[in-house]
Design a protein around this ligand. Structure first.
Ligand code: SF4
Length: 240
């Protein structure tokens, strides 16, 4: 991390310590990174809360949605419903590079052979391209989701960019309350036991008492897709 980024992080962490998520979003979009910050949303089970706040601050704010080509149809329909309901105009659905897909996953089964390489192809690389215009981005990560997210800060440094976790300290009850207060629609798979929803081949239902993300890549050691791994731990590209 450069010394300038370190100073910026320190300043942001002081200025927004204890701030409400809506105030963090407003501060980032209007003051700290005008036109230079994007939301990255999975349109998953909790996404509507942050998207609702984004719509209050700026309905034109950029929102990146990674359409990996392996998502549940329910997620894409939920995305379309939320865009319409909230009036968001800046949602960009980002897909993997067609030539790279043809070269590295021509049969669409890379997820079963090398999930890290599949995530690199379908998530990490498209996201890197989508974030080129931005200096910062918002995530919807929450500390309660998994032990691997329990101690995440509000602001994190990446190479050349700052990552912001506005609802990192929210509990499941906070999210529930927000949904109820604003009468937000639920992801259609949530009631069926899917508490954290990614790609269809790599997502399963969560049993009572399990981490919300326990259904992701079940049966393997993999816990993150790569877009949230620290620099230096990003998944390797697939061999052609
Ligand atoms: S979550 Fe599964 S299908 Fe989706 S990109 Fe990663 S390995 Fe591929």
């Amino acid at each position: 991390m450069s010394s300038a980024t370190a100073r910026r992080l320190e300043l942001l962490n002081k200025r927004y310590d204890g701030a409400e998520p809506l105030d963090v979003l407003r501060g980032m979009i209007k003051e700290e990174f005008p036109s230079k910050v994007a939301m990255v949303s999975s349109f998953g089970t909790a996404s509507a809360a942050l998207l609702h706040m984004i719509a209050q601050v700026d309905i034109n704010a950029p929102v990146v949605f990674l359409d990996t080509g392996k998502l549940f149809g329910e997620t894409k329909r939920y995305r379309d419903d939320l865009i319409k309901l909230l009036g968001l105009t800046g949602v960009q659905s980002v897909t993997p590079d067609a030539a790279a897909l043809a070269e590295r996953d021509p049969r669409g089964v890379l997820w079963s052979q090398n999930p890290d390489a599949c995530c690199a192809l379908r998530k990490t690389e498209p996201l890197e391209r989508a974030l080129i215009p931005y200096d910062a981005w918002f995530t919807g990560r929450k500390a309660f989701q998994a032990v691997t997210r329990a101690s995440l800060p509000l602001f994190e440094a990446e190479v050349g960019r700052i990552k912001i976790n506005p609802i990192i300290h929210w509990t499941k009850a906070d999210i529930e309350a927000y949904f109820v207060e604003h009468d937000l629609p639920r992801h259609p798979l949530e009631a069926d036991g899917y508490l954290s929803i990614g790609c269809m081949p790599c997502t399963s239902r969560v049993e009572p008492g399990e981490d919300a993300r326990a259904g992701r890549w079940r049966g393997s050691n993999k816990v993150e897709c790569g877009i949230h791994l620290p620099v230096g731990q990003l998944p390797a590209r697939a061999e052609p």
